[in-house]
Design a protein around this ligand. Sequence first.
Ligand SMILES: Nc1ncnc2c1ncn2[C@@H]1O[C@H](COP(=O)(O)OP(=O)(O)OP(=O)(O)O)[C@@H](O)[C@H]1O
Ligand SMILES: [Mg+2]
Length: 262
Amino acid sequence: MNSITVNEVTKTFPDGTTALTNVSFTVNPGEGVVLLGHNGSGKSTLFKCISGFEKPTTGEIKYGDHDITTLSKRKFRPLRKKVGMVFQDFHLIYNLSVFQNVLFGAMGNSKTFVQTLAFCASDDMRMKAMECLDRVGLAHLAKRRADQLSGGQQQRVAIARMLMQDPEIVLADEPIASLDPRAGREVMELLWEIVRERKLTVVCILHQTEIALEYGERFIGLHSGKLVMDQIKGQVSKEELTTLYNKESTFESFQKAGATHE
Ligand SMILES: Nc1ncnc2c1ncn2[C@@H]1O[C@H](COP(=O)(O)OP(=O)(O)OP(=O)(O)O)[C@@H](O)[C@H]1O
Ligand SMILES: [Mg+2]
């Protein structure tokens, strides 16, 4: 199931805001895609549609051959577990330990629910949580409360929690935007190393064009809810990525520049 197909997706919210217009692309298994676009261009909305938190108004989203927009909740649940998410603001449960966050963070986010589950967790699960923490270099902080970590450490816990899910697809929404340049780079390096070693399909939203160019194998650009760029590594420059943030840029200007030719 580890490919993602977005087919002619349009999303209009109840208040009439259209965040996505006719967006189509396919991410191949194991591909590392960077998604860029100005504030409000529709990136997070696209992620919400891909992860099933929002339904597209029209169009389809597929994991492999499964069209998730038409699946029942019951059938979607096991597929959704295969999609790991990493967020700008980490989404940890701050009054629980690092270990508890990793052990059950992927399963729910109410403190009592998580504590109940923690009570019943098998030895295998506990061992796996420690392995995930070890992979991000934080096994020694397992007992510490999550709110007593630096931002970079918190994001590493979020990555460990994501690993606990055994994801096939990873969606990272500005994973380094809340971190200073050094911590940001370390987290990016770790995230990319992990998705590469496990051959995961990844789509990562970034605003830093330099880092995007360094890690991305393919660059998808949104402008005002439309897909205006789809280029592979080597075909796109920092200047071209920067045009995604220009107010004067239009769908037509990107078309003229051939920004969606592969
Ligand atoms: N629930 C909602 N109801 C109405 N409009 C929404 C809703 N969520 C997002 N929008 C609007 O949809 C557009 C796209 O928002 P989105 O959050 O997807 O942008 P983004 O590219 O992720 O921006 P940023 O870089 O700031 O995170 C914006 O105009 C936003 O105001
Ligand atoms: Mg966003």
